[in-house]
Design a protein around this ligand. Sequence first.
Ligand SMILES: [Zn+2]
Length: 391
Amino acid sequence: MGKTLFSRAVLGLVALWLLAQVQAFSTERMQADLQALQSQGPRVAGTPAVAAAGEYLAAELRKAGYTVEYFPFTYSRTRDQGSSLVVGSTSFPVNSVSGSPSRRVEGPLAVVPGAGLADDFAGLNLQGRIAVVRRGGIPGLEKARLAAEKGALAVILVTEEPSSTRFTFGGSSPIPGVTLSRSNGEGLFSQAGDRAVLETRIVTEEVQGRNVIAKRSSQNPLAIVGAHYDSVPGSPGANDNASGTATVLELARQLAPSPLSERIWFMFFDGEEDGLWGSRRFVEQNPELVRGLKAMLNLDMVGVDVNGSLGIGGSNELRALADCNALQVACGSAPGGGSDHVPFAQAGVPVLFFFRGLDPNYHRPTDTLADPVLLAQTGQVVRGILERLLR
Ligand SMILES: [Zn+2]
């Protein structure tokens, strides 16, 4: 065997070995993980289902050789127990806006003209009335405050969104607020003076959440790879976000034998769907650890190919480490917000957000499918970035 031929053979073997490494993501194992995560039903923060999912993750991570710690935290969540609006003898399908007080009010309807901007409230007398106003232009909370200043008892926000969409004031409103889709609520703009009864029935509950953290070293990590494992009520949360969870879990298994795993924490966040509570509380309570991070990589909704590519958003320097071409993965861009990387980014940590887009089953009972092949592709890209960043 000639020398050239020999080195070619060696190169060939190295290439095969590299390929084997890349293919080491086990789609069978991830399929089993996806099933295990969905088997308990919706993993709503604070419920036994999410607790069981957390225990599954902990057991799998321990099996892979990690030390597992729970990071418990609390927050309060409001729940609509069925709010209602009756005008004359007609009922309307309303949703309370999160941040509303729980109250029953009765009075004539009053219409706020135009787009319902601050100027549109000028000169209105809303005393003892229920204000009907279009949503948008200025924050809903500002509309509620303006209406309350004019004496309104409550505010009905007519929205362009479907009636299932839930809104939040992002703070507490002095008067109850409900939303109504335009198709159901447009008629109210011509019913000024009609008698209405509006009731918001809202309870506040304390939620106990729990992040799951896997590590191999007692030292602070240089990188965190994370995914939220909770889901919304009524949805099995396959793509959102058993997909990211199973990918991070499999990545942790693969990296366990490598020294790299001593510099990474694998984190599974709870309470994401209620407002990024798991990541926010962790960042708040670990300022020093967070300051030492070179990267936080977050995976959310990576199991359905919505856009024909893997969206990667965040730090350009980190993004440049993604070797999508060599891995033959189509990569695109992702939006900046909306998931657990945000509190880290706000604390100054370079972040990347891996996201394949909102699929039609998003937050629905039909969110039952995630493709392990797409998970494997995502995991390979994430792994490549970690190898380049930390080697
Ligand atoms: Zn999500």
